[in-house]
Design a protein around this ligand. Structure first.
Ligand code: GDP
Ligand code: ZN
Length: 458
């Protein structure tokens, strides 16, 4: 593994008018480079590790900035290299000036994700933890942030390591069985497979079961608001957006698609799909044409179907119910402040087991109930402990699925009396695939690609 790097620098706080900006340096020369910029009571080289000193930043002639400097010496740092963090007051201009000075004195501008990449390459964190950092930067709700944090803490890595250990032991046991002919190697192998590989398959399944929720936490629940013109779709949209500001970071690279709006409903991130379209189009079904709107509906994880309390149920309403048959939907009867004309018994019948909520958006009524319904729908039956591990990363999911397949192959091969070496190949392959999740045995190119998705300064 490469352990010698040049010294990199970047602004590691969000760009913009923050009160404090941090320039971070990492590498062998970090302290030496910072010393060129620093005027203070004590030379940085003599400052104890993991302490902060006060001083000024100089451009060589003048003091240009007041600063607090953290000195952290390898190896107890995020990158396992010497790390300097220069905390400067003020906005973009002053932070940039400090960065420029660091570059002038020999630091190289870090590529996106390069700090995290070093932490990985220096063995400080494994790949799934590094991906956790990336998810953390992009997390849209507290809950999504917890999932990312759990991954960063190595929760998934620990589970994967346990499974890999089981597989290694299986391989070792089978070898021993072959070496001692007094055992019935075939029968032993089959017992072992059923026992150990069976366990691995079960555990991989459990992880995969969390995938859809994990993915939703990470990417948002694709939500479509549908209903006839004038029933209150835009009003619903606005109250959801105004009451539930999504946690969004303003770090470059996290800019959201303009066609989507994120809201955070009790920890469930909703991705209100094609909101521009929904806002402009009074009737999504009519404007898009039935086929296209059906497709848009199929791709949604959640449908909010809005009806009008003050009007009779129409043919279009019934058609909308048909269009969302079998989907996750919440039925909303809006405008309860107006005299009832809708047949509520019929609505209840059409809704079936799906939640039915009555609202008057104009009076802010029913929003709470609607939010409860959304949260219940999402977290129903979900084991939701502090230490819940959600698999949310598409790469992890794909690898888990492949690992499950090869584990099953091993199991079936042993049941049908295949030669032991062949079975070993499948077990070993399973072990490798699981290893790729934590970055054991991944190729360099994959690593580069992953880390380039990071933001600058992380
Ligand atoms: P959309 O066409 O489905 O998007 O419906 P809008 O949200 O644009 O609302 C249509 C009209 O109904 C607007 O004038 C809203 O102010 C009004 N409206 C929305 N919700 C309510 C409600 O709960 N009660 C009443 N009386 N009017 C509402
Ligand atoms: Zn509208």
């Amino acid at each position: 593994m490469i352990t010698e790097f040049d010294t990199i620098a970047a602004i590691s706080t969000a760009q913009g008018e923050g009160a404090i900006g941090i320039v971070r340096l990492s590498g062998d020369e970090a302290i030496a480079i910072a010393s060129h910029l620093y005027i203070g009571k004590q030379p940085l080289a003599e400052v104890a590790s993991h302490s902060i000193v006060y001083g000024h930043i100089t451009d060589g002639t003048n003091k240009v900035e007041e600063a607090m400097i953290s000195v952290m010496r390898a190896p107890r740092t995020f990158t396992r290299e010497d790390v300097i963090e220069i905390n400067c007051h003020g906005g973009l201009v002053s932070v940039n000036r400090v960065l420029q000075l660091a570059l002038k004195h020999g630091a190289r501008l870090a590529e996106p994700g390069e700090f995290t990449k070093r932490a990985f390459l220096n063995g400080r964190i494994d790949l799934s933890q590094a991906e956790g950092v990336m998810d953390l930067i992009r997390a849209k709700t507290d809950r999504a942030m917890n999932v990312a944090l759990g991954q960063l803490e190595g929760r998934l890595s620990k589970k994967i390591s346990v499974l890999r250990q089981e597989l290694l032991e299986t391989v070792a046991h089978v070898e021993v069985n072959i070496d001692y002919p007094e055992y019935d190697a075939e029968a032993m192998t089959q017992d072992l497979m059923v026992d150990k590989v069976g366990f691995v398959i079960k555990e991989v399944d459990k992880l995969l079961e969390t995938a859809s929720q994990g993915k939703i936490l990470r990417e948002g629940l694709a939500t479509a608001i549908i209903g006839r013109p004038n029933v209150g779709k835009s009003s619903l949209m606005n109250s959801l957006v105004h009451e539930n500001k999504a946690i969004v970071t303003d770090i470059p690279g996290t800019t959201r698609d303009t066609l989507e709006e994120y809201v955070n409903v009790r920890g469930v991130p909703l991705r209100l799909v094609d909101t521009a379209g929904i806002r402009e189009t009074e009737d999504i079904v009519e404007k898009l044409g039935v086929e296209r709107s059906r497709k848009a509906l199929r791709e949604a994880d959640l449908i909010l179907l809005v009806l009008n309390h003050g009007e009779e149920l129409s043919k279009e309403d019934e058609a909308l119910f048909e269009a969302v048959a079998g989907m996750n939907a919440i039925i909303i009867v809006n405008k309860t402040d107006t005299p009832r004309k809708i047949d509520l018994d019929r609505v209840q019948e059409l809704a079936g087991a799906r939640p039915l909520v009555t609202t008057a958006f104009i009076e802010d009524k029913g929003i709470d109930e609607l939010e409860t319904a959304i949260a219940n729908l999402f977290f129903e039956g979900a084991i939701e402990g502090e230490d819940a591990t959600y698999v949310s990363n598409t790469r992890h999911i794909a690898l888990l699925e492949q690992a499950k397949q090869t584990a099953q192959d091993a199991l079936e091969a042993s049941e049908s009396g295949m030669p032991i070496d062949l079975i070993q190949i499948d077990v070993t392959r399973t072990w490798e695939l699981l290893g790729e999740i934590i970055g054991d045995s991944v190729q360099e190119s994959l690593i580069d690609q992953l880390f380039s998705q990071f933001c600058l300064g992380k």
